[in-house]
Structure formats: C-alpha cells, structure tokens
Ligand binder design. Structure first.
Ligand code: GLN
Length: 485
C-alpha cells in the first residue's frame, strides 16, 4: 500500500507507532506527484525543499513525543492563502510574483501543528469560476477522466486529494468552491459557518461569503482538519469567539431520531438523472441509519444565483481595487503617466472572467443602480437566510444534491458564463445564509464519474454536520475506488 493513498488518521496511527516516518510519507507523495502531475496539473507551485525540511522536523518532534494530529502530514494549500516566503498567485497574472511577507492564520496553525506543505494548488483566477479553467497557470484535469474539469474554483485542491498528490488540502468556498469540486472529484469537502475559520491572510474575493475549509479522503479526516483550523482570531473581526468542540467526538454518534429535510425546490428539471438517482439512494441510506426524512421548503431558492451574482461581484469589485500595479505583483511598463499605468496593469493583469465580475460589481454599486441591484440583492439574501432558519425549526439537517451534473467536459461551458454560473445553483444559498455545508461522495455514474451528496446544518453546528456525514458514510459503504490516471 502506497503511503500517499492513506488517510490522516491511518498515517497518524502509523507515525505514533513508529511504523513509518513523515519523510517516507512525503517521499511517497512526491513520487505520486512526479507520476501524475503532468497529466492532472493540481499545483501552481511545488515546495519540495520546504516539505522535506518540515518532514524532518516532524519526525524529530514525533520522536521526542511532541507530535500532534497533523504532525508530519502533507497538506496542500489552495494558492489563495498567504504563505510567508512562498509565492501566492490566486491563479492570476497580476499576482504572479507576489511573495507574501506573512502567513495566513490557517497556514500558521498548520505550521504550528507540524504539517508538511507540498505546494500551492491551482484555482480559478481569484476563485471566480466553477471549473479551474480561468487560472492564468493553465487548466487542471479531473483525475477520474482527464477530458473533464475537476470543478472549481478549488479544483487543484480537490484533484490533488483525489489523485493522492497530498493527504488532505485546504480550499475556500464563496459560492461552492469547496463542495462542488469535492463532489466532482469524489472526495469530502466542507465549508464551515461564516466566522468559524479565520479569513486573515485569505485573499479576498467576496468578504461576506468567503470561508476556508478542508478537503479530505474521508469524514474523519475532515473533522481532524476542522479541529486544526476552527476558532476565533483577533486578526479577523468577522471570526466568532464561539467555543470549538473536538469535532472527532461527533463521528460515532449516529443519527437515530434525527429529522432530515429534503428541500423540494432542489429537485428541479435539468438535474442529471444519474445524479438524482445517487442522491435519492443517499436519502434512503440516511433513513436506514435511523433518521426520519421529511419534505421542507426553501421558498426563495430560485433567487439564489441572481442574488449571488450581484453580491459576490460587488464585493469583488471593491476588494480587487487594490491591485493597481503599485503595491503587488505585475506592473505594466507601458503607461505614460500614473493613470495609464493603473489602467494598463489592470487590463493586462486580470483575465476575462475577473474583468466581467469587476464590471458587473462596479455597475451594481454605482449611484443610480445601487438600490435596484445591490440593495435589492441584500434584501433577498435576508429572505434566503430566513428560509433556512424556518427549515431548521423542522429538521436537524438538510440533504440535497451538490451539483446538477457530474463533471463536464473541458471547454464545454467556457463561452457561456450563465451555464457556468448555474453549476452553483445548489451550493450558493449556504454561503448567502452563512451556514455550514459538506459534500460527501455518494456513488459513481455509469461512466465512472463520482457524485456527491450535500448536508447542511444551522450556524455553528459543524459537529452535527460531521455527525450526519459520518453516519451516512458508515451506512452507505460506498466502495472506495481510486482514479486510474
Ligand atoms: N463558482 C462560483 C463563482 O464563480 C463560486 C466560486 C467560489 O466559491 N469561490 O463565483
């Protein structure tokens, strides 16, 4: 058994019992990267030297009894979290040479926990996309079928975990960017409650929606990752000083006597029949595990895509104003004065999708349109949030599809932004409401592409979320296949 194929908890046990070393695990991961990275392209930057230094240090710490749950474990980082001394591009030309002078809080926590960093993963430029095709650094391919997209925007993190190019990974989710690629690549991906994980050092896309979360090979690893990253951070004023339980305690609890809601608005026309089948089987499993399934309504669901595509670009247009060619990264040499230098740096530094978002956002926020767009969208957002408050009065958790289709072909939706935006129809509401959500593998299509099922719970109920996800995983006994690359 190759070490790179194992989970955090399996490796942790082996490390504790002296059956392996972090250096051996790291070697196995880099051997795998060497074998498949040319085809998959999960990474923008590989940090092999750093990884081996960290692995050696981890082995020394283990030997002297100073190891923790992540000591010596290779964790890939989406190239949107700042890493001191390692370039952080956000998938963009404009940050091609940006080397942050500081660590994001999650990265600092991983360093302190003794994790190993194999590299920074590929992503849609500034996390805007659902396919990892808008990256300045080239596309990532789905390890299950190299002619398909891995999902996005955290496609590189999802594919790296699926292809065993790391043991677990970090992503960010603004409208589905963890859950959607996790579903399409057959791994577990979780978006925590807004405020649960510090956003300090996360390059901002839409600040009221962005949240960092884990990708892992199973639900237990997801809980271990959450233990490492959750918690209040004085450096992020939107992080919440709520107690962080030990999430692994929830894994074995079971869901007998739970009520699980199925939102009727999520079973729309156009959803792929194989996805629908897989999600229906997942509902049966949840029922077999002892829960009662009821139909619920989230009446404002139909507005979520429209609301998101006003709010997210509005916030993005403001966040991305800082890239002026002066303080960070790329600068055009052609402008004759300051104004021209700004314009030319931004024109050459941003890709088409990012420019589209900046234009939509600037328009929505401009005087004369603000009330009609941004303000209206914010009002409907409050209604969407209320839908969930109502729903969670009737049920403990919600079960739903993650994506309307399995992974689609490379290039298929690149000329049709609306089709691309509709990929997020089942993931966006969770961000707008600020609640946590998880995607768990629930089967394969006939052609062998993975499908995911989504669970949602109320604010700060990550424990319950992991509880139902683990109960589902245990009862479903989905066969664990590996992609042949
Ligand atoms: N696909 C969505 C978008 O393009 C969500 C991206 C994300 O969650 N970062 O905005």
């Amino acid at each position: 058994m190759e070490l790179s194929t194992l989970t955090i908890h399996e490796l942790q046990r082996m490390l504790r019992e002296g059956e392996t070393t972090s250096v051996a695990i790291t070697e196995s991961v880099f051997k795998r990267i060497e074998a498949v990275e040319d085809k998959v392209h999960s990474y923008i930057t590989l940090t092999e030297d750093l990884a081996f230094q960290q692995a050696e240090q981890a082995d020394r710490n283990m030997q002297s009894g100073r190891g923790g749950p992540l000591t010596g474990i290779p964790i890939a980082l989406k190239d949107i979290v700042c890493t001191e001394g390692t370039r952080t591009t956000c998938g963009s030309h404009i940050l091609e040479n940006f080397i942050p002078p500081y660590d994001s809080t999650v990265v600092r926590k991983f360093r302190e926990a003794g994790a190993v960093f194999p590299g920074k993963t590929n992503m849609d430029e500034f996390a805007m996309g659902s396919s990892t095709e808008t990256s300045y650094f080239g596309i990532t391919r789905n390890p299950w079928d190299l002619s398909k997209i891995p999902g996005g925007s955290s496609g590189g993190s999802a594919s790296a975990v699926a292809a065993d190019e790391c043991i677990a990974a970090i992503g960010s989710d603004t409208g589905g960017s963890i859950r959607q690629p996790a579903a399409l690549c057959g791994v577990v991906g979780m978006k925590p409650t807004y405020g649960r994980v510090s956003r300090y050092g996360l390059i901002a896309f839409a600040s009221s929606l962005d949240q960092i979360g884990p990708f892992s090979k199973d639900v237990e690893d997801c809980a271990i990752m959450m233990n490492a990253i959750a918690g209040y951070d004085p450096k992020d004023s939107t992080s919440v000083p709520a107690e962080v339980p030990d999430y692994t305690r929830f894994l074995s609890k079971g869901i007998e006597d739970w009520t699980v809601g199925v939102p009727k608005e999520y079973f729309i026309e156009g959803i792929d029949p194989e996805v629908l089948d897989a999600v229906k089987r997942a509902m049966q499993v949840v029922e077999d595990a002892g829960a009662k399934i009821i139909e619920i309504s989230l009446p404002h669901s139909e507005y979520c895509v429209a609301v998101y595509y006003v709010i997210a670009p509005s916030e993005a247009s403001s966040n991305l104003a800082r890239y002026d060619g002066v303080r960070y990264g790329f600068r055009s040499r052609e402008g004759r004065d300051l104004m021209e230098m700004y314009k030319m740096s931004r024109s050459a530094g941003f890709g088409d999708e990012v420019k589209r978002r900046i234009m939509i956002g600037t328009h929505s926020l401009s005087s004369g349109y603000y009330d009609a767009y941004y303000k209206k969208a914010s009002q409907v957002r409050a209604l969407l949030r209320r839908d969930f408050d109502e729903a969670f009065r009737q049920c403990d958790a919600i079960i739903a599809p993650v994506t309307p289709t399995p992974a689609f072909g490379i290039g298929e939706k690149m000329d049709d932004p609306l089709q691309m935006y509709l990929c997020d129809i089942f993931t966006i509401s969770c961000n707008l409401a600020g609640i946590p959500g998880i995607s768990v593998p629930c089967g394969y299509t006939k052609s062998g592409l993975p499908v995911g099922v989504q669970f949602l719970t109320g604010h700060f109920e990550e424990g319950k979320l992991l509880q139902i996800a683990a109960a589902y995983e245990r009862h479903a006994e989905i066969e664990r296949r590996r992609p042949e690359i």
